[in-house]
Write a protein that binds this ligand. Structure first.
Ligand code: SF4
Length: 359
């Protein structure tokens, strides 16, 4: 067991000893921990202010008794992975790309995780024969242009294991892009060694997508860790989950998005929180999310703007959910200050001119 793994807080009693939960909350939290995995690494524990009952880092990782209540509409497989899994480890939801789930463990366990029923310590990963079968599936489907390593968190694997998988993927001619989804640079930056960065370098375009939700997660150490990937020629993107009490105000979300871009990490998706069981207290409404995107539009550089998306329950994929600035008939468009402008008349005049000058 590594030093990081040893110091990771994995039980409500350990959280109480670290003063992250009150001892009188232990009983319900033990029930939560029996159902959903708990892990808070030293890097994240250090970011929590135990005196703040609303601490946004604690809210993401410290278990809460409300997780025991499943709301109508919540689902054990909220994004429908199972419906699109032709072989173990593969999710083939869209024609040109697949998820390859190498491992079911993570460095930390997020309380809002959309795969919370599938991830946890000791849940293992793809056995060698299953990995062979998953790679054979990719090889036998020439329409697969991109492979996304996810999990769990693929960067909990050793550099040697990652190198083996990435090398085998890169050898498949029709796979042009490899993407790695991870929370490790934030949760356990020590894991990002020179060997691990080298393991991800291949002849194919490789992107690392960081999961980060609050600006405090981007410490100097985390930024330096991400710079290792970027300086090695591995561009980084970010995905964030919109969470009540964590980043659901324009100031915090704007600070997160700016901090990412300052770290040369392009915000990619802002996910509306999925209908994972026991997570209602962390979800916003879509209207609140759209209002936040409006608040950021025009006041935050375009580089900082992610696409706000929801995963359609049942496995139907992601769709952007706005907001929309053009009226349904295309006649009126709204600017970033909320002022309305006639658009259709100007656009059709310009189109006519284009036709005349091209003829
Ligand atoms: S790191 Fe990702 S897969 Fe792991 S618990 Fe968090 S959201 Fe779930």
């Amino acid at each position: 067991m590594s030093a990081i793994a040893r110091k990771t807080l994995r039980t409500p009693s350990a959280l109480a000893a670290a003063q992250l939960v009150a001892r009188d909350r232990l009983k319900p939290l033990q029930e939560v921990a029996a159902r959903y995995a708990v892990a808070i690494t030293p890097a994240l524990a250090d970011l929590i202010d135990p005196s703040d009952p609303h601490d946004p880092i604690a809210r993401q990782f410290v278990p809460d008794a409300r997780e025991l209540h499943m709301e109508p509409g919540e689902s054990h497989d909220p994004i429908g992975d199972d419906a699109h899994s032709p072989v173990e480890g593969i999710v083939h939801r869209y024609p040109d790309r697949v998820l390859l789930k190498l491992v079911n463990a993570c460095a930390v366990y997020c309380r809002f995780c959309f795969r919370r029923e599938m991830v946890g310590p000791g849940r293992g990963g793809l056995a060698p024969a299953a990995l062979d079968q998953a790679l054979a599936y990719v090889e036998n489907h020439p329409e697969i242009w991109e492979v996304i390593l996810t999990g769990g968190d693929p960067l909990v694997l050793s550099a040697r294991r990652l190198k083996e998988v990435v090398t085998r993927l890169a050898a498949i001619a029709h796979v042009k892009v490899i993407r790695v989804h991870t929370r490790v640079p934030v949760a356990a930056p020590e894991r990002v060694t020179a060997a691990l960065v080298r393991a991800l370098r291949t002849s194919k375009a490789t992107f690392v997508v960081l999961h980060a939700n609050h600006p405090r997660e981007l410490t100097a150490k985390v930024r330096a860790t991400c710079a290792r990937f970027i300086d090695a020629g591995i561009p980084m993107l970010a995905q964030s989950v919109l969470l009540r009490g964590v980043n659901d105000d324009a100031e915090t979300l704007g600070a997160l998005l700016r901090a990412l871009v300052e770290s040369r990490i392009k915000p990619y998706y802002l996910h509306h929180a999925d209908l994972a069981p026991g997570t209602a207290h962390l979800r916003t409404t879509i209207a609140e999310g759209q209002a936040l995107m409006r608040a950021l539009h025009g006041r935050t550089s375009g580089l900082c703007q992610p696409t706000y998306v929801v995963d359609i329950p049942g496995g139907h994929g992601k769709s952007p959910i706005g907001p929309n600035y053009l009226s349904a008939d295309g006649a009126v468009i709204e600017d970033y200050c909320g002022r309305l402008h006639a658009y259709a008349a100007m656009a059709s005049a310009a189109e006519k001119n284009t036709v005349v000058s091209n003829s």
